[in-house]
Design a protein around this ligand. Structure first.
Ligand code: ATP
Length: 241
């Protein structure tokens, strides 16, 4: 479904953020991208969603295809039209707008007839958001804002959802809840998900496959359950020995 081939990204003259990264996200699967600070995870998402074009001086090479078509030369708005939707890092909800208005803003590009269906399904997935639908989004807790950011992205009925560190800054209980939501979206909506996470144990639990980035290069790739058992992932990312 999503195919990343030999993708390299350089910021300015000297920072090689990604070097020849290749892997696929198969239809209907959850693939997580693990790696420490500065490994290039966010850069990879920006390359796919084309938001790297908004960073002056970022140079990208390689090929990114979605459903068999090259998308790496498209603008961000055209990527959204392909139903490849990014949940931004750090939530970025519209604080003064109500929960409901935030969701409607997410669905502006969708077919109007489908908008209310999409919203009903999102409220089913997040009953807490429905309870607070009239409240300003800025008054929600951090976890609720993260749910709203995910719900807003789901308003576009994505075929592929790009999630940038959804568990960042959340308490352990909420991290587990985010993991459940990832699985629910994947199984109930059939959405493929590319999940960027520093929380490797949650990510590996909810993913079919995973890749590990180390300083811009693809270091490991495979079935998530098998990677979780590997000595290297245990030692580096799961606190094992
Ligand atoms: P983190 O988890 O800390 O967000 P990450 O794995 O997402 O890390 P990136 O944010 O993709 O990593 O950064 C990869 C490299 O590119 C780092 O060395 C970072 O300093 C550099 N970088 C990121 N954005 C820019 C930018 N706009 N200009 C210059 N260098 C950048």
């Amino acid at each position: 479904m999503l195919s990343i081939k030999d993708v390299s990204v350089r910021y300015g003259r000297s920072v090689d953020a990604l070097r020849n990264v290749s892997f696929d996200v198969p239809e209907g699967e959850v693939v997580s991208v693990l790696g420490g600070n500065g490994a290039g995870k966010t850069t990879l998402l920006r390359a796919i969603s084309a938001t790297l074009k908004l960073h002056r001086g970022a140079l990208t090479s390689g090929q990114i295809s979605f459903d068999g078509k090259r998308i790496d030369k498209l603008d961000p708005a055209r990527i959204v039209e392909q139903q490849v939707i990014q949940v931004p890092e750090g939530r970025q909800v519209f604080a003064r707008m109500s929960v409901d208005e935030n969701l409607r803003a997410g669905g502006l590009t969708a077919d109007p007839k489908r908008r209310s269906v999409a919203r009903d399904r999102i409220y089913e997935l997040f009953p807490r958001l429905e309870e607070r639908s009239k409240q300003p989004a800025g008054l929600l807790s951090g976890g609720e804002q993260q749910m709203l950011a995910i719900g807003r992205a789901m308003m576009c009925e994505p075929k592929l959802l790009l999630m940038d560190e959804p568990s960042l800054g959340l308490a352990p209980q909420l991290i587990a809840r985010i993991g459940q939501i990832v699985q629910q979206i994947n199984s109930e909506f059939g959405t493929a998900i590319l999940l960027i996470e520093q929380n490797a144990s949650m990510a590996l639990r909810v993913s079919h496959r995973a890749v590990v980035l180390e300083v811009g290069e693809l270091a490991l790739e495979g079935n998530a359950a098998e990677l979780a058992e590997s000595d290297e992932v245990q030692a580096l990312y799961l606190g094992g020995h």
